[in-house]
Design a protein around this ligand. Structure first.
Ligand code: AHR
Length: 344
């Protein structure tokens, strides 16, 4: 089946589509329909390829950019009808959304699973309904990996290793490779692939250094508020912290606030080395200013890659099971050349 264009829409469907569009414009979300709670849902345009997307939430700047990348590609004029659902950080909302997508007989289901476990049943339901599932960003831990067609996302384990290897090099450069190094880790959502991978990757490097001590690893849920709160508690508890590994920029913003309130300086000239993940523009500016030492990129622009998978499936082609997005590491030395290009 080829991807359908708007030219295929019948006059009746056009009226329906225009009414829907008007609702969207009034609601400020042109090009897609939101599904939430028990609200009445819009009629899908069956002349278009119907894609149901269940997003984790809107916990971070990264997540907002990830959502935008989906909304930019799955538009009507590119032949798609997007049903978008924000799960607000709850797995049960994601499961409900997927079931609604199934009952509405969408052509594809795309979702970013909040945590890895608990998906076997609903994915089996999607399979029984003959709907291909494409995972985005995070992964699922299922017995049968044929329950999903493809996954598009980041090498989280590699990101964690990059953080560890950067720290290794930096301490060496500073002549601190023999010093006792006390580390705290602000982790992302417990059970999420990104938190699991980053933790493991960093730990793999950390265990090779007997002088590095991970004082504590605490779940700070990928949010600024929680990052601030967790960092505050850690500062109450530990007199000396040399390194903060913060598994996303939003938590880093909170942690920086908590430290600066106590007069603790960070970054290149500061008391505490700060390693962050994601590399959103506002964090990269802090890298440029030397407040954050390094930012390990996690690329949220996954929409175009998810769409490529769907296009290939529409053409009846086989697709790769896993697709890793390209990412890099930003330090004060190289960040300048990328800052202008960042739009999130
Ligand atoms: O799974 C990717 C992570 O989820 C990003 O690092 C974080 O910012 C987001 O909320």
């Amino acid at each position: 089946m080829a991807i359908k264009t708007q030219r295929d829409i019948s006059p009746g469907r056009k009226v329906c589509f225009l009414l829907g569009l008007l609702a969207l414009v009034l609601g400020g979300c042109a090009g897609q329909f939101r599904i939430s709670g028990e609200e009445e849902e819009p009629a899908v345009d069956e002349n278009l390829v119907v894609v149901g997307v269940s997003q984790v939430g809107s916990e971070s700047v990264w997540r907002t950019a990830n959502t935008a990348s989906i909304q930019e590609v799955f538009t009507n004029d590119r032949g798609y009808f997007l049903l978008f659902s924000n799960a607000r950080q709850r797995q049960e909302n994601q499961i409900k959304a997927i079931r609604r997508f199934i009952s509405r007989q969408v052509d594809y289901i795309v979702f970013s699973p909040i945590t890895e476990s608990g998906w076997d049943v609903v994915l089996q339901e999607a399979r029984d309904a003959g709907i291909p599932v494409i995972l985005m960003d995070r992964q699922v831990d299922v017995q049968d990996h044929t329950l999903y067609t493809a996954w598009v996302g980041s090498d989280f384990h590699g990101e964690g290793r990059n953080a560890g290897e950067w720290l290794e090099g930096y301490l060496e450069q500073q002549g601190r490779e023999e010093e006792e190094i006390r580390i705290v880790v602000l982790q992302g959502t417990e059970g999420a692939t990104s938190a699991i991978g980053r933790t493991r990757g960093f730990q793999e490097v950390a265990v090779t250094h007997s002088n590095w001590t991970i004082l504590e690893q605490v779940d700070a849920e990928y949010t600024t508020a929680k990052g601030r709160e967790v960092m505050d508690n850690l500062l109450d508890k530990y007199e000396e912290i040399d390194v903060v590994i913060s598994q996303n920029d939003d938590m880093t913003f909170g942690a920086l606030e908590a430290m600066s309130r106590r007069g603790i300086t960070t970054g290149v000239e500061g008391d505490v080395i700060v390693v962050s993940f994601d590399a959103v523009k506002s964090a990269l500016k802090l890298v440029e200013q030397g407040v954050i030492n390094v930012d390990i990129e996690c690329n949220p622009e996954q929409g175009e890659w998810v769409e490529k998978v769907i296009r290939a499936l529409e053409r009846g082609e086989d697709v790769e099971k896993t697709f890793y997005i390209e990412e890099q590491v930003f330090t004060p030395e190289n960040v300048g050349e990328y800052l202008d290009q960042r739009n999130y």
